[in-house]
Design a binder for this molecule. Structure first.
Ligand SMILES: Cc1ncc(COP(=O)(O)O)c(C=O)c1O
Length: 437
């Protein structure tokens, strides 16, 4: 396909910028993963409860060493990792937990599932992470913990979050579901709070072939509690007979050995793949940054970035549109990019407080001003999955071509957005309509 920057938009019949054949799969499943999984099937030991099972403890040791914590406990998924971490950190029913309003719903459900109350606070407009300035406004006599989420792979402002939490006697549970192995100053995410909770969902930078989670902690007592909580609250002796006694309120949150073996195989290439991702994403961002219509994701000097999700804000001013056109402009840009073959999506259409489970179903929660979260959701779109494979360079090149093409046709895009805005007959403040994309 010949790509010229002056060709017309695909949504108007021009050539598509992105050839679907350039897409590379994620996760990468090769001989190491197949061998690892077959090895488990041959062993006949399938869960952490199976005597002599080796894959799960090996994964726990390897991940603890990488994060730099004394302990790691493998569990069934990232959501249960968060619930168990909160419970092990002492959060009880009726306590409040401060959660950023922009995250995957699992962050908030994990709080609600232990009977605690998520208190949603705003995000920073540049990092998309919890706004440290919003924390004190969320504090109440019932606040027990803060859950910073290292969203999209960029670590949250942990110095400020930790200072606030320590100053107010709160626990910190890091939601590190999207930030595997990412540096924050001289630490790694998951080693800064009381516990770090990771997801190994198949879409993550460190995936398994399905669902899985890891909890990291330095605290011996908490590690012991977490280990019991993942297995019905039981105390499991290292050897000898299982007493079948449940001493604390636990879950069945055990990981399967197949999941552990698959992730261990991924771990052997994790650094190489992350370095490859860093290269192709940086190159892509170098191409997209000069297009002044998009604000690319931010990297900061004192921390790494896992580049798990790439979020772009759209500048209405670059399209000579007023700020109140942000949402219709975003819808128009997404349509145009999709027509070019770019797999854009929103990754969250509403702040967590507007999720029907909270807003409509009455699940207990509290909300502070989340205006920035609304604004960011109105004017941004994301790329997910397409850039995770370290060989994503050609696909990202063609996505950059598509974005450049849009920029060249900005007058047209602007007119379409303005027409849509008029037709919608909607009014200034950007809202996040669930049906908007
Ligand atoms: C930020 C965040 N928190 C929590 C979760 C929940 O993880 P899981 O899907 O493994 O339950 C996810 C992943 O989906 C996530 O991205």
């Amino acid at each position: 396909m010949v790509r010229t920057s002056v060709s017309s938009l695909a949504m108007l019949g021009g050539p598509r910028s992105v050839d679907a054949a350039t897409r590379q799969p994620w996760p990468i499943v090769g001989p190491p993963e197949r061998e690892a999984v077959l090895g488990v099937l041959a062993s006949g030991k399938f869960t952490s409860a199976a005597s002599g099972e080796t894959q799960i403890p090996a994964l726990e040791q390897e991940w603890a060493a990488r994060v730099g914590t004394r302990h790691c406990v493998a569990v069934a998924n990232g959501t249960i990792a968060l619930s168990i971490s909160l419970a092990a950190a002492g959060v009880q029913a009726g306590d409040e937990v401060i959660v950023p309003a922009l995250s995957f719903v699992g962050s908030a459900l994990a709080v609600a599932h232990i009977g605690a109350i998520p208190v949603f606070v705003d995000i920073d407009p540049v990092t998309f992470n919890i706004d440290p300035g919003a924390l004190s406004g969320a504090l109440s006599g019932r606040t027990a913990a803060v859950m910073p989420v290292h969203l999209h792979g960029l670590p949250a402002d942990m110095e400020e979050v930790s200072g606030f939490a320590r100053g107010n006697g709160l626990a910190i549970v890091e939601d590190a579901a999207q930030s595997h192995g990412v540096r924050y100053r001289d630490r790694v995410t998951g080693s800064i709070g009381d516990c770090g909770a990771f997801s190994l969902n198949v879409s993550k930078n460190l995936p398994t072939c399905g669902e899985g989670g890891l909890i990291t902690t330095d605290d011996d007592k908490q590690a012991d509690k977490i280990t019991r909580m993942r297995q019905f609250g039981e105390w499991i002796p290292r050897s000898g007979e299982r007493p079948y006694l449940s001493g604390i309120l636990g879950w069945n949150g055990k990981m399967s050995a197949v999941q552990a073996a698959f992730t261990r195989a991924q771990l052997t290439r994790f650094d190489e793949w992350q370095a490859g991702r860093e290269r192709v994403v940086r190159r892509f961002l170098d191409r997209v940054t000069p297009l002044s219509c998009f604000v690319p994701p931010t990297a900061l000097d004192d921390r790494g970035h896992g580049w798990h999700i790439l979020r772009f804000r759209i500048r209405p001013a670059a399209f000579e549109l007023p700020p109140d056109h942000a949402e219709t402009l975003r819808v128009t840009v997404m349509r145009a990019l999709r027509a070019e073959g770019v797999p854009v999506s929103r990754y969250q259409s509403v702040p967590l407080c507007d999720q029907p489970v909270f807003a409509d179903e009455g699940t207990a929660h509290r909300v502070t001003d989340v205006g920035t979260t609304r604004q960011v959701l109105a004017d941004s779109f994301v790329l997910q999955h397409v850039h995770l494979n370290p060989d994503a360079g050609p696909a990202l090149d063609s996505i950059a071509d598509a974005m450049a093409k849009l920029w060249e046709h900005r007058t047209l895009i602007s007119r379409m957005a303005a027409d849509r805005h008029r037709a919608d007959g909607r009014h200034p403040s950007p809202t996040n309509r669930r049906d908007s994309q």
